[in-house]
Each structure stands twice: as C-alpha cells, then as structure tokens.
Design a protein around this ligand. Structure first.
Ligand SMILES: Cc1ncc(COP(=O)(O)O)c(C=O)c1O
Length: 437
C-alpha cells in the first residue's frame, strides 16, 4: 500500500529498511519538476540537493521524460553483451566527441559512479600491468570495496567494512583554506614515492577535479598540471573522477577542462543520466582497448532506458547551454552568499568557494581556529528544510553546505533560496549565541 503521509512513510521505513539506510528529511516525495519538489502533504520545497548532484537538467525534464517513454514502449532491456541496440553506441559516440582530451576516445557504459571508478582502475591496471593506485585525502569515490579503499572518510563509509583491497595510497589534497598548499601537497606526494612505493608500481592517480563529498574543494590548476607531469614522467595514468563535478556542474562540461590538463580516463555518472542510473568511463582509445573482449560489462550496463535519458540530457546540456548557465548560477549564488556576510553579519561563514554552480559554504564556530561548525550546520539544514529549502552538507566535519541546484533553475528560485538561507542562518546564529546549539 502506498504511504499517504510523511509520518506514515517514516514509521514504515524504520521497520522495513536496515538502519544503515538513512533519510535526512521526514518528508515523502510526491512529484517534482525542475528545481522544485512537492511532498504528499502538498508542501513545496526548492531542491538544492538535486538527487545528490544527479539532476543538472532538473527533475523530470520534458525531453528526458519523452525519450524514456518512447524507449519504454520499444523495449526496456536486452543485455547489451548478447543483443546490442543503437542507444548504447550513439551515446558512446556523443561522449567520445566531447572527451576532454584531443586523442581518439572510446567509452564504456556502466550503471553507477562507483562502478565507473572501479572500471577505470581495472582498465588502467590492465593497460599498465601495474597494481598501485594513488588517491587524495578527503576524496570520495564510492561505496564498493575498491572505491571504499580509495575513499578517505571513516564515518559513516569505511568503519567496520574492511579489509579493503591493497595497493591504494592516500596523498594529501591541497586546500587554500585549511592547507596544505599545492607545493606542500606535491612534496608529500614525492615523499610517498620515496618512502612507500616506487612510482613504477603505480597504474593510476585518481582525483576529483573538485572534491565533492570532501567539501567542494577545487583542485588548484597548478597542482593538476604538476600531477600530469609526474604521471608522464613515470608512465602513470591520470584518471579524473567527474562523477559529481562533471556534466557542466562547474561551468565546463568536464571540471578538469578549467585547468587545461588532459586526463587519460574520465569517470562520469550522476547528472549524466538525467535522473536515471547510468555512468561511463571515457578514455583514450588505445588505453580503453587494452582489456580483451569480454573483460568489461555488466547486466544492466548501458541499459536502453538510461541511454535514452542520457542522450536527452546531453541534448539539454547543449541546447540550454548548461555550462554557461552554470557560471551565471555560480556568480549569482556566490554574490548572494558573500553579501550575507558583509559587515561580518555571519562570522560563522568561513569561506564561500567553488567553481561554476558547484558552490560550497564552509561554516565555522571560531574564525581564529577555523573550528568546524558541525552541529550548527546540521541545524541549518534542518531549519532551511522546514522553511522550504532542501540542502545537503559535505566535508569531513559535515560543516560545508554544498549547493547542487539543477542547472535549469530560474533566477527567481535562486533568489528565493538565498532569502530562505539568510533567514535560517539568522535563526541558527541566534540559537548558537544563546548557547542552544
Ligand atoms: C566523486 C564521486 N565519485 C564516485 C561516486 C560514487 O557514485 P555512485 O554513488 O553513483 O556509485 C560519487 C558519489 O557521490 C562521487 O561523488
């Protein structure tokens, strides 16, 4: 029986689902369009979580809906490895044409972001005959065992789930706000190659050009360029994990394009499917072809419905020029968030940062020590939701508000969201001053 209310859904959730599956808000979704969502009680919310960054084209974009309905009426699934269909190949061709490197490209389709990252590593290992993988602290690459080994956040992701696959090395990630600097991070990487593993054992370095879960931290372009040089010097492949920051989120189709650095392989997911589960590895053809026939695939990999949705999402990306719109959204949001702090109204705003529309607001308890305002951030998310704005946090201490608004959002909705944010921030700041948080 369908749940009729949010309260009923919550009670049934608790008895039917394991504790490990949590829901941030006590609401029950009824319908959604663009950047708005309504619950079963008819309440409207502005959705700045956007399916956790999976809805650059917004909820139920009409072109995505039409494409999926048309495909639904043709066939839903065959298993591409037995009975191929053109959607898979057309989608691969579209992605190859926009790959962020000049070499000829080939594309593998899979179902989730974690699967894309795992397959990128598998391909790099096969191509190089090496085992090692270098990742960067604070990074998030998924919840499968290999991607958990590559993720560097214990709670709630890793604790108790080990052992993890070996040969994964975690190097420092540069952060202008909290350090280390790009130079220091690079020095640590060189130390790693002297003290822990020789670079000739490393198949790939995997980096998010803008860390998502880690707190919306853009990688300084000079750091990416230095990684490219190190990779070239030692025959290591550079993999860009663009699962969260890709698909125009940062103002370019791929975030790494901002740096001018060519990756060898790219993992893409989330928004690329327009709301349906699909992910991809796009790579230099010569590397992608290293794996022999049958070595790559999956039952639902490149599912026809998801391919149709992704092809439609790519059309939307181009026709609505989402990359340029992402820059405009980013500027409007950044100006809005920064102006809230003018005259130090909110000293709890430590930093407003980001690239394009991928904006993070880091909240701190104390400007000198930069102590993360973890409890206050949780309270802010709760308060904003009660007043109609859905937000998610990020960062090791969960003290960064991450904006993952659909890139189809209107300026009116952005301004409405900024006003709700301001009022919520005022309320939680007052509570904090009164010692209630
Ligand atoms: C950068 C990055 N890589 C990989 C993943 C894993 O994607 P999925 O949850 O689709 O497996 C995520 C998910 O948040 C991510 O942000």
């Amino acid at each position: 029986m369908m749940a009729r209310s949010s309260t009923e859904l919550q009670a049934r959730h608790e008895s039917a689902l394991p504790r490990g599956v949590v829901c941030a808000f006590p609401i029950c979704a009824e319908r959604a369009r663009g950047a708005e969502i309504w619950d079963t009680e008819g309440r409207r919310y502005i959705d700045f979580i956007g399916g956790m960054g999976a809805l650059a084209v917004g909820h139920s974009h009409p072109q995505v809906v039409d494409a999926v309905i048309t495909q639904l009426q043709r066939f839903t699934h065959t298993f591409f490895g037995s009975i191929p269909y053109d959607g898979y190949v057309r989608l691969a061709e579209r992605l190859n044409a926009i790959a962020p490197f000049p070499a000829p490209a080939k594309t593998l389709l899979v179902t989730t972001g974690a699967e894309a990252v795992e397959n990128a590593v598998k391909i790099a290992r096969f191509h190089s005959g090496r085992r090692g993988v270098v990742v960067f602290k604070g990074g998030f690459h998924g919840r499968t065992l290999l991607t958990l080994a590559m993720t560097s956040q214990l709670d709630p992701y890793k604790r108790g789930f080990g052992p993890f696959p070996p040969d994964v090395y975690h190097a420092p990630f540069p952060s202008a706000y909290r350090g280390p600097s790009a130079d220091e991070a690079l020095q640590s990487l060189r130390d790693l190659f002297e003290t822990q593993t020789e670079p000739e054992q490393i198949a790939a370095m995997v980096i998010e050009p803008v860390q998502g879960e880690g707190g919306f931290l853009p990688v300084p372009p000079e750091f990416l360029r230095a990684l490219r040089a190190l990779c070239d010097a030692h025959g290591i492949l550079l993999i860009a994990d663009e699962v969260q920051c890709g698909f125009a989120r940062t103002g370019r189709v791929f975030a790494i394009e901002h740096s001018g650095v060519d990756p060898d392989l790219v993992a893409l997911g989330k928004s690329f499917g327009g709301g349906l589960p699909i992910a991809a590895v796009i790579g230099k053809a010569e590397i992608m072809d290293a794996v022999p026939p049958g070595g790559l695939g999956g039952t639902y990999a490149g599912n026809p419905l998801a391919c149709a949705a992704a092809l439609a999402a790519l059309n939307v990306l181009e026709e609505e020029n989402l990359a340029a719109r992402s820059m405009e959204i980013g500027e409007r949001l950044t100006t809005g968030f920064r102006s809230l702090n003018l005259g130090a109204n909110y000293p709890i705003i430590g930093e407003v940062r980001g690239l394009g529309a991928m904006i993070g607001i880091e909240l701190i308890d104390d400007a000198t020590s930069q102590r993360p305002a973890t409890a206050l951030t949780a309270r802010l998310v709760e308060d904003a939701a009660m007043h109609g704005l859905l937000l998610a946090s990020a960062g090791r201490a969960h003290n960064v508000i991450r904006i993952l608004a659909p890139l189809t959002v209107s300026n009116e909705i952005i301004d409405e969201a900024l006003a709700i944010f301001d009022e919520s921030l005022a309320r939680v700041t007052t509570l904090a001053h009164a010692g209630s948080i």
